[in-house]
Design a protein. Structure first.
Ligand SMILES: *[C@@H]1O[C@H](CO)[C@@H](O)[C@H](O)[C@H]1NC(C)=O
Length: 414
């Protein structure tokens, strides 16, 4: 909504021929957006009756007020309460082109305030592909002209006029234009048609509407912003992949290190201490079983891993032999606990058998690389020999034990 006060206005000194005495009046001009409401103010404080009329035909009355009431035409509003307080302003509820007038506010015969109302130029940006039709809305009173200004020229040129619902266009436009009220259609636009199209009211010399047209070439396919978006997406993807490649192996290694550490800790917990009571022995037995289970799980998990399988396999081998050592240690220190001792021997025997089995079949296996198989075989040989030594030692001790028992038995029996 626009308001107008005398300070903002250009003063015009008008001589009104149809009044008995010349009067001076200020013509204010107010601009409003199409279809919006606007309030026209009257500069006078009027104690008597007031009238809003058309400036150049004062018989046309839009609104009037006196001490008892106010009345107005449709589309115009004046408030009696405001009038009583000395505010004589007139509201136009929805401005359209027919409301573009110069209005007078009359307070007594000689005090006249004038406001001229115009409507802001409507600017629309239109983007279309070549080959489409541009429609110019002509819902304004005629006569109008259409002015085309290309992007790189300073001046516009009149290309069409509309007078009494008849369209006249320049020769090069006649075959492409038509009027189907209230639309002017410009068919088959091309990139060279880009620029601005101004609908101008020639009677009032006002620009009603400006269309800024930008026509894309169909062949160009993807618009520039599309290419930018695609490039950005590709860059983001590439960055993601690079970050993944950099971080993923590192993370796998960290995970493996943690697992190895935790298995190592479990194995250490299974180590028998010097002061083993029965209770702590049972606990350590459980720790042994737990550590073995974890070793099996770890080896299983990495058996197919191309990078770490060998490392894990060697680690597990070492930890198993550590556990076997602990198992024998218990048996020696805790004389009567043959069950565990026997278990240890059975497990070693089992491992010896497994290793021999692997050595038998392993030489021909293709998935085992030559360097890997050499390391594996050396390791197995060591393990098997160590186990066999321990088994022999154990067997020797049992033989001595057996002989002692038999001797004791015979002595007792004698
Ligand atoms: C004028 O153009 C508008 C689209 O801009 C369309 O909806 C309307 O039907 C057209 N009117 C006539 C009379 O062709």
């Amino acid at each position: 909504m626009q308001s107008c006060s005398i300070h903002h206005c250009v003063l015009f000194f008008l001589t009104l021929t149809f009044t008995t005495a010349p009067v001076s009046a200020a013509v204010c001009s107010t601009t409003v957006k199409l279809h919006q409401s606007v309030t026209l103010s009257c500069e006078y404080k009027c104690s008597g009756s007031v009238k809003w009329t058309l400036f150049n035909n004062r018989d046309v009355v839009f609104a009037r007020c006196d001490q008892t009431s106010c009345s107005s035409l449709e589309g115009y509003e004046i408030s009696h309460d405001q009038y009583l307080k000395g505010d004589l302003s007139l509201t136009i509820t929805a401005a359209d082109y027919s409301k573009r007038n110069t209005y007078s506010c009359e307070c007594r015969i000689s005090e006249i305030s004038t406001v001229s109302l115009s409507i802001e130029t409507v600017i629309s940006a239109v983007q279309m592909k070549s080959g489409k039709d541009l429609i110019l809305d002509l819902s304004v009173p005629e006569p109008v002209e259409v002015i085309y200004k290309s992007r790189d020229s300073a001046d516009g040129e009149q290309i069409c006029t509309v007078t009494q619902r008849s369209l006249q266009c320049k020769a090069e436009y006649t075959h492409r234009t038509s009027l189907s009220h209230p639309n002017i259609t410009l068919r088959d636009v091309q990139p060279s048609d880009s620029g601005s199209y101004t609908i101008r009211d020639t009677e009032n010399n006002e620009d009603i509407q400006i269309y800024t047209l930008s026509v894309e070439d169909e062949q160009s396919g993807i618009p520039v912003w599309g290419i930018i978006v695609i490039v950005l997406i590709l860059l983001a993807g590439l960055t993601g992949v690079l970050i993944y490649l950099k971080i993923a192996p590192h993370q796998e290694f960290i995970k493996l290190s943690r697992q190895l550490q935790s298995v190592d800790k479990l194995v250490k917990q299974a180590q028998p201490s010097q002061e083993q009571g029965n209770k702590s022995f049972n606990m350590t037995g459980a720790a042994l079983k737990k550590a073995e289970k974890e070793i099996d799980k770890l080896e299983q998990q990495y058996s197919e891993n191309s990078k770490y399988s060998e490392q894990v396999w060697l680690f597990c081998k070492a930890k198993r032999s550590e556990l076997n050592k602990y198992r024998l240690q218990y048996s020696c220190e805790e004389g009567g606990l043959l069950l565990t001792e026997r278990e240890g021997i059975m497990r070693m025997t089992e491992e010896v058998m497994n290793s021999l089995q692997q050595l038998r079949g392993g030489a021909g296996q293709e998935q085992v690389t030559s360097s890997k198989s050499t390391t594996m075989m050396d390791e197995m040989e060591n393990q098997v020999e160590k186990h066999l030594e321990e088994i022999e030692k154990w067997c020797g001790e049992r033989r001595v034990e057996l002989k002692d028992l038999i001797q004791q038995h015979r002595a007792g029996a004698v």
